[in-house]
Design a protein around this ligand. Sequence first.
Ligand SMILES: *Cc1c(COP(=O)(O)O)cnc(C)c1O
Length: 234
Amino acid sequence: MTPTSVRQNLQRIQERIAGAAARAGRKAAEITLIAVSKTHPASAIREAYEAGIRHFGENRVQEWEGKRAETDGLAATWHLIGHLQSNKAARAARLFHSIDSIDDFAIAQRLDRAKAEAGITGKLRVLIEVRVAPEATKSGAEINELLGLAEKTAGLPQLELAGLMCIPPFLEQAEQVRLYFRRLRELREDVVKKLGMALPVLSMGMSHDFEVAIEEGATEVRVGTAIFGTREAK
Ligand SMILES: *Cc1c(COP(=O)(O)O)cnc(C)c1O
């Protein structure tokens, strides 16, 4: 990707975000675009930053540790969007502003402790990843465990539970995933009602289906390929 094409891609995506928001009677300003920079070099992150992006998503602690030195000084918010292994929780709590993929209480507790030990002020934002399609996907907390996990996580002093995240199955037609996005929104409403807490964030939608996600209430979309181009197969 050349800097020009990253900039052009971002412009097109912003237009599509605005269009989807308008269709749903929402404001584009309610939706945060997270540029998913996994597998792409620090130079790509800089290009997106220069084009105005302030949120980035990485899915591996180690990869981000390697790129971080080259992106120092960029005033952006860094999200961990991939599965977090418990032995990396302490590093993750120091390296990211938000962990968007909490899926069990043990991980939440480890992050809480790590945050306290790191002595960094302010809470660590977390989202609970929900397994909205048990038949098709592996990651995320089970739907029937969500309420208990949300209640316990919200009780941890160093964490701020801000909302829910999901990765639906990949289906050829983006329209086919709408029901999973709707399911996440309904689950959020249920938790809010039963626990009386605010959960403003719904992180859902990727390159292939972010417009449908926005129509269903996404407040954060995680877009990689449509910004940076295709990733090389590992
Ligand atoms: C890679 C990834 C994305 C971005 O996917 P694209 O299809 O490249 O937009 C979003 N969310 C998560 C959790 C990812 O791992």
